[in-house]
Design a protein around this ligand. Structure first.
Ligand code: AMP
Length: 372
């Protein structure tokens, strides 16, 4: 596919905030976006030229959607891979459905990462309760058991502290396929966002540091407060994985920084990522523009960062209630996703605060500056 001409339509599968911010970036590049989502009045459709409302696995819906667009991408992973396969017979889909399939299953994902010569926590697939007990014992306690599919924001996982926890975890998570992995004793969690074009050229944003609350991303700091050599190593890992996957598009790679200074990849997400929202305000080209550029076959400029940044998610009704204060606080850059109802755990928006380069203050000041 040659570069998509201005005025073309980018099909985005998924109607959430990642689709919304991708559509906004696409508009700035002169493209229209067309959203496929089962949800009426979705965050993405609110800012797009058109939407098809229907199920991700309904053939007639998929055909109508494909007929209306010039290229297709997706904004979250829990879409039907078979549906994307059908779309790929009709239009170019970037990233490829094969990459989505790998990222949708933790066992496939970790096998792929390890086969690319990249370290993860030691892990084992488990099929029954005795298997789980034996695997946990061999990996040593504590360890983490996870469903292989449809787990996000901490859903579908449990920490096993001893043999006594095995039965309860099995009861809660089985009969879904499971893996168990060694507990990563990490000093911090980081992520690197990488974009790769059809010609194999690739760029990475600076590694960012992520902190969670109730298993949901709460705070991202850019750059991550880790030694420069380690940050470079993290970027190299992201580039290597992107090449191994033959990625055309954008991907986030989440990693643990071990107490021993080793990097372990936790998971990949072949789409824009919450931990990259800071790039909208701190970079000349955001993750969303980079995503659209890669999908549209445009050149990928360097992923420069002109400021340090701290990003706080606004999650659920309590954070949403801060919105008037956010708007009244100088220096806070507000982003709201257009969701009607602030349910607990729902990402309603985010705020970013910029600092001079190498000017991130200490934890207490960062948190105060973001209204924590
Ligand atoms: P995940 O669903 O794999 O992204 O995991 C969600 C969060 O659980 C991660 O961001 C970590 O904070 C924690 N976690 C996941 N796997 C491990 C592990 N092997 N060791 C320690 N913490 C983990």
């Amino acid at each position: 596919m040659t570069a998509l001409p201005p005025g073309s339509t980018i099909g985005i599968v998924g109607g959430g905030q990642l689709g919304r911010m991708s559509a906004m970036a696409a508009a700035r590049l002169g493209y229209r976006s067309h959203i496929l989502t089962p949800e009426p009045d979705s965050p993405a459709a609110q800012v797009a030229a058109a939407a098809t409302i229907g199920a991700y696995d309904d053939a007639a819906t998929l055909r109508a959607f494909a007929a209306a667009v010039d290229v297709i991408t997706f904004e979250f992973e829990n879409v039907s891979a078979a549906g994307l396969d059908l779309l790929a017979t009709l239009k170019t889909v970037r990233p490829s459905p094969a990459i989505l399939r790998i990222s949708q299953d933790r066992a496939t994902e970790k096998s792929f990462i390890n086969a690319a010569g990249i370290a993860t926590s030691a892990w084992l697939p488990v099929t029954d309760r005795a298997d789980l007990r034996a695997a946990a014992a061999s990996l040593e306690y504590p360890c983490v058991v996870k469903t292989t599919r449809l787990g996000y924001d901490g859903r579908g996982q449990a920490v096993l502290r001893s043999d006594d926890d095995v039965s309860a975890a099995w009861e809660r998570l089985a009969p879904k396929p499971l893996i168990v992995e060694a507990f990563a004793h990490f000093t911090c969690e980081i992520s690197v966002i990488v974009a790769r074009g059809a010609d194999g050229s690739a760029v990475t944003f600076d590694a960012a540091e992520n902190q969670h609350r109730n298993h949901i991303l709460s705070l991202t700091l850019a750059p991550a407060r880790i030694p420069a050599a380690l940050a470079t190593q993290a970027q190299a890992i992201a580039l290597r994985l992107a090449a191994a996957l033959d990625l055309i598009g954008l991907m986030a790679v989440e990693m643990f920084v071990g107490r021993d200074g080793r990097l372990l990849v936790n998971e990949i997400a072949p789409r824009p990522h919450n931990s990259g929202h800071w790039t909208i305000d701190a970079c000349p080209v955001s993750q969303f523009e980079m995503h659209i550029r890669a999908v549209a076959g445009l050149p990928l400029p360097p992923a420069l960062r002109h400021a340090d940044a701290a990003m706080r998610n606004l999650v659920g009704p309590d954070d949403f209630a801060l919105w008037p204060t956010v708007l009244a606080t100088p220096g806070l850059i507000p982003h709201l996703y257009g969701k009607a109802e602030a349910r607990p755990g729902r990402k309603m928006g985010h705020v970013t605060r910029l600092f001079p380069r190498e000017g991130l203050p200490g934890d207490a000041d960062i948190k105060e500056g973001l209204l924590f």
